[in-house]
Every structure is written in structure tokens, then in C-alpha cells.
Design a protein around this ligand. Structure first.
Ligand code: 2HA
Ligand code: ZN
Length: 274
């Protein structure tokens, strides 16, 4: 019988945890990752699932995700430990039909529950599932230092952040054409910040949490990790530029328009200074 941890989607999940840790985005228990499993993936692990645990409240409602299964990191668990001991650090959580409760059906062998940010993950999944006709399956939260540093310096506004990151590398508007949302500082781990974040996920695939971190969403692990990587690299360049007394030249506004035309991207015009 195939072990759950040998399956390709589980291996890809573990790789993101490992890579993110190596990037320095996951100090201690910082950050978390979730993946909405396909029906085929659920069928392939069915024999390994344990339905005995009781239902527990999610802390919010996600009716459009009723009955779905998620591979997700555990609350208080360290990304650094996922690769060497997946069965104690990640789990598969199943949602009930109304999308109000979950139960752990695999993993977290020594006990525990999904990430404290499970409400935000699930509310983001619900929005993205609907908006992308089921294509988006990954939600990733990390604590990359340069993005966090910028939240102390740039105005906490979607346009200010998006334009600045677009300017920092020519490919950035191609990779993040709809832009970046910014959530003001809020207490993490609950429904309120989940509602604020999922509102932004209607418009964007990336939301920054001021003085905390980033949420990214995507169709698969590669795309979602790449989004985090692109944003953080843009932020790193921005920090360097600010450290060298600021910009003396930059990409012209008309340059963004030309880029959008040639690369055939639907660039968010609201964030240009025309
Ligand atoms: O999982 O990053 O936001 C720990 C966190 C909470
Ligand atoms: Zn966090």
C-alpha cells in the first residue's frame, strides 16, 4: 500500500515547507500551508484515513467547502521539522457538509490541530475555489523579512505597495498583474482577520498582513511559492534602494502600459499614475 507521505501532492507540500524554511521565512512556528485535495487524491488515501476523531468548530463558516479534505500544517508546529517528521507536523483535515467543523483524519500523530490560521486559509480557499472554478488549490502564509520591513515604511495601501513592487523588477507586473492587497495590523488567528483577508482575495492573489507576513494563493505549489518568492525579492530590492538614498530613476508609467500590451497581461490600471 502506498504511504500517504510518498504521494506526489504530499511530497510537493513537504518541499514548500522545506524551501520556505531555507529561505528564512519560517522562524519557530511562523507560517503555514494548506492544500485542497482533489477527489482522486482523497480516494487514493482513503484506506489510511481514521474517522474516529470528533468534529471541532473551524471558528468560521465555509459552506462552499463542505465535505472537502485539506492537507495542512499543524498549529504550533515548525516548518523546519515537516520534512523529517511529516506525520507529526502536518495533517489531513476533513470538513463537515455545512463547512462549520473539521476533524483530523490523518497525521498529527502526537495530537494537535490544524494551523491557528485555518479560518483565513479556508475563507481564502472558498473565495478562490469559486472565482477560479476550482483551479486554485494552495494557500500559503509566510513571514518574509523584507516585505514585513516595508510595512513599517510604505503607506499601508494596496496601490502604494503594488506600484512599488511593480517598479522593483520588470517581470513583477507580469507575475502580479492584479496587484497586492494590504491588511492593516490586526490580531491574527481568528475570524476577523480571515474576513479582511478573504475580501482582498476577491481582487488579488496576494495579501500582505502589516507587521506580520504574507498570504499567497495559487493553482499549485510551484505557482504559489513563486508568487511569495517574487514578492519578497521585489521587497528586498526596495529595501536596498531605500538604503541607498532612494530612487534616482525608475520604470516610466508608459513603460507599464507597453509591457502590458506586449506581454498581453491584464494590468490593473487603477494602480498606475496616469
Ligand atoms: O503559524 O504564522 O500567523 C504561526 C503563524 C500565525
Ligand atoms: Zn504568521
Amino acid at each position: 500500500m502506498t504511504k500517504v507521505t510518498d504521494l506526489p501532492f504530499v511530497q510537493s507540500f513537504i518541499e514548500v515547507c522545506e524551501e520556505g524554511y531555507r529561505k528564512g521565512w519560517h522562524e519557530r512556528n511562523g507560517g503555514n500551508l494548506s492544500y485542497r485535495m482533489t477527489a482522486e487524491e482523497v480516494a487514493s488515501v482513503q484506506a489510511e484515513l481514521n474517522e474516529e476523531q470528533s468534529w471541532q468548530p473551524i471558528g468560521t463558516e465555509v459552506p462552499k467547502l463542505g465535505g472537502e479534505y485539506f492537507l495542512v500544517t499543524g498549529s504550533g508546529k515548525y516548518m523546519r521539522n515537516v520534512k523529517k517528521d511529516p506525520e507529526n507536523n502536518i495533517c489531513i483535515a476533513k470538513l463537515d457538509e455545512p463547512g462549520e467543523n473539521f476533524k483530523v483524519v490523518w497525521g498529527l500523530k502526537s495530537g494537535g490541530r490544524p494551523t491557528s490560521e485555518f479560518p483565513t486559509h479556508l475563507m481564502n480557499h472558498e473565495i478562490k475555489k469559486e472565482l477560479t472554478q476550482g483551479k486554485f488549490r494552495v494557500i500559503y502564509h509566510a513571514h518574509p523579512a523584507n516585505v514585513i520591513a516595508l510595512t513599517f515604511v510604505l503607506p499601508l495601501e494596496d496601490k502604494a505597495f503594488t506600484h512599488e513592487i511593480w517598479e522593483m523588477a520588470t517581470e513583477n507586473p507580469v507575475i502580479i498583474p492584479r496587484g497586492i492587497g494590504v491588511v492593516p495590523w490586526m490580531v491574527p488567528g481568528g475570524r476577523e482577520i480571515a474576513v479582511a483577508t478573504s475580501k482582498l482575495m476577491h481582487q488579488y492573489d496576494v495579501a500582505i498582513w502589516a507587521h506580520h507576513g504574507v498570504f499567497c494563493s495559487g493553482a499549485d505549489f510551484d505557482e504559489t511559492f513563486a508568487l511569495m518568492e517574487t514578492l519578497e525579492k521585489g521587497a528586498e530590492i526596495c529595501v536596498k534602494v531605500h538604503s541607498m538614498e532612494g530612487k534616482r530613476q525608475t520604470i516610466p508609467e508608459q513603460g507599464f502600459i507597453d509591457l502590458a500590451r506586449d506581454f498581453k497581461i491584464d494590468l490593473n490600471q487603477d494602480f498606475l499614475n496616469l
